[in-house]
Design a protein around this ligand. Structure first.
Ligand code: ZN
Length: 555
């Protein structure tokens, strides 16, 4: 009898826990679905008719090389990524399938929209990603350099990984560490070069193929700046340092395969002519102005065909400004490539719905595609103005090196505020009509909420939080608690913005690391109204998920 009772009880307990398991599984599936629904699928198409038959072959080779870039970047993010992906691919249950789908969006088991919270397992993302040994501390790295100053260049290089061998830190060049995939990529670029009839493109493909083997990207960055009269605009290699949250030293692999939009590109060349005037007009002490960043700063408008690696993880890039090598930027400036088809997709699917929830209704008429596109253009141009190489206590250095991990946030903030400031300057110059002014202010504000949703911890979101909180404090933005909407004080916004520009540019010019840290601690925070509005936006998708036509075609 007693035994029977225990049996019955245990059956009861068993079925209870089964039920619990089932509900927790259901809620896990539900959560994953919600996370995936944050990304609206958009087909990224391209116009093949702009290319010759030989150019189509080039495009295909570049696509294949880019697929390999995806695999390298996956390893850069997290040492266990391959293992996790292989496990997920073997499983057939619904939760695992959804996990894999989200994993592919995020390039790893960490939610890039939730400050890298894990959605598989419980392990936190290492702050230095897979660029450094997981257990390495900042002090350990800095001491290693202090003890061997001649190794500093190799250890802080964008193109080395740090590993521990026999308890000692060593720096290994990418060309060695990723030798196998980089050799394949190099060969594909050489094959592409055979079909490239444009001499400047051929030259770039060949020198970049060489760079993957030599680990020296300088010449190929120079060649990329010299691309001329080409249809296929491609950049492939290690570039941005955002993934390295420890020092912002190490570059992540990425690629953009695009086709130039010749009509739009011509229009935009006009603005490059204003670069010197823009530098002169900066609200910054004249002694800090920098006219030596190179005058040649081409702007290209292109339509995306395929992207890979860093740029595809989580949130999709609207435009990029490369190269990052200050030596190249000083010699040749930098090139801005704006992705028009991505702009259009994001404006329609994301920015319009956000504006309706966040802005006072009478402001909605000022949210326009023109203002959105023009801000991105000026954001990118603005990365190329202001302090780059600087002197601190008589020592020659770079803003990037002095500001360390604060650099990305400060630099993105700079580009966004100067994006507005310089567009107002363009109105003064008569390049844009006067009516554009209100559109500049209002469209940016809607856009700020679009990027703050990606998390304040990320450079773009953090930069936007600084701007929003600062302008709110100065009364340039007004938050209405009753209807939970924001409006703009059109009188106060320009002087307040100018003040912030001066603050940020001076921090950069002086290489003021402590100043940058203080500013970030005070303003790059999720203040009460950001918190409320972010909650309101939770129901909306956060970004697009590109479904590449070329990937479907060449599957
Ligand atoms: Zn930027």
């Amino acid at each position: 009898m007693k035994n029977l009772f225990i049996l019955a009880l245990s059956i009861l307990i068993l079925s209870c826990s089964e039920k619990q398991n089932q509900t927790s599984e259901e809620s896990q599936v539900e959560k994953l679905k919600q996370k995936i629904a944050k990304f609206v699928p958009v087909e990224i198409t391209y116009d093949e008719n702009l290319l010759s038959d030989r150019e189509k072959v080039v495009l295909e080779k570049l696509y294949q090389a880019s697929k390999l870039i995806d695999t390298i970047f996956l390893d850069q993010v997290y040492s266990k990524n391959y293992e996790i992906k292989n496990e997920l691919m073997k499983k057939t249950d619904e939760a695992s399938k959804l996990q894999l789908e989200l994993f592919n969006i995020m390039f790893g088991p960490f939610d890039r929209l939730e400050d890298d919270e894990p959605f598989i397992g419980t392990e936190k993302k290492p702050i230095g990603a897979n660029f450094y040994p997981e257990d390495m501390t900042k002090e350990e790295f800095e001491n290693r350099i202090k003890q061997n100053p001649k190794d500093e260049k190799l250890f802080t290089s964008e193109f080395t990984v740090i590993r521990k061998q026999n308890g000692k830190l060593v720096a290994i060049p990418y060309s060695e560490y990723y030798k196998e995939p980089l050799t394949k990529i190099s060969n594909l670029l050489k094959e592409a070069a055979e079909y490239a009839d444009n001499p400047s493109l051929k030259k770039y493909l060949l020198s970049r193929a060489e760079a993957f083997l030599s680990n020296d990207y300088y010449q190929s960055d120079m060649d990329w700046m010299d691309l001329k009269d080409h249809s296929i605009e491609v950049v492939i290699g290690p570039y941005e340092v955002y993934e390295d949250g420890l020092f912002n030293y190490k570059a992540s692999f990425e690629s953009f395969v695009t086709i130039k939009d010749p009509v739009e590109s011509k229009k935009l060349e006009v603005f490059a002519k204003y670069l010197n005037d823009i530098e002169k007009n900066l609200p910054l002490d004249d002694k800090h102005k920098n006219y030596k960043r190179g005058s040649e700063s081409p702007i290209v408008v292109a339509n995306e065909v395929f992207t890979a690696g860093d740029t595809k993880a989580g949130v999709q890039t609207l435009a990029f400004n490369l190269p990052n090598d200050e030596r190249v930027r000083q010699a040749k400036g930098s090139k801005k490539v704006m992705l028009k088809n991505v702009h259009e997709a994001k404006f329609e699917k994301l920015l319009k719905p956000i504006s309706e929830l966040v802005l006072e209704p009478e402001l909605l008429k000022y949210v326009t595609f023109d203002a959105f596109f023009n801000h991105t253009l000026m954001h990118e141009m603005s990365h190329g103005v202001g302090p780059g190489f600087i002197k601190v206590n008589g020592r020659d250095t770079e803003v990037k090196k002095e500001l360390k991990e604060t650099y990305s946030t400060i630099e993105e903030c700079k580009a966004d505020i100067l994006g507005m400031y310089n567009n107002i300057f363009m109105i003064e110059k008569g390049v844009y009509p006067k009516e554009m002014e209100k559109q500049v202010w209002v469209t940016f504000l809607a856009g700020a909420f679009r990027s703050m949703r990606f998390g304040i911890g990320e450079a773009h979101g953090g930069g936007n939080a600084i701007i929003y909180n600062y302008l709110l404090e100065k009364g340039a933005y007004i938050y209405n608690d009753k209807d939970q909407k924001v409006s703009v004080n059109f009188e106060k916004i320009y002087p307040a913005l100018k003040e912030l520009c001066n603050l940020i540019l001076t921090i950069q010019a002086e290489g003021n690391y402590q100043g940058a840290k203080d500013l970030i601690a005070k303003y790059a925070v999720s203040s009460p109204s950001i918190e409320t509005l972010r909650k309101k936006l939770e129901s909306l998708p956060v970004d697009i998920k590109p479904v590449f036509e070329i990937e479907q075609k060449l599957k």
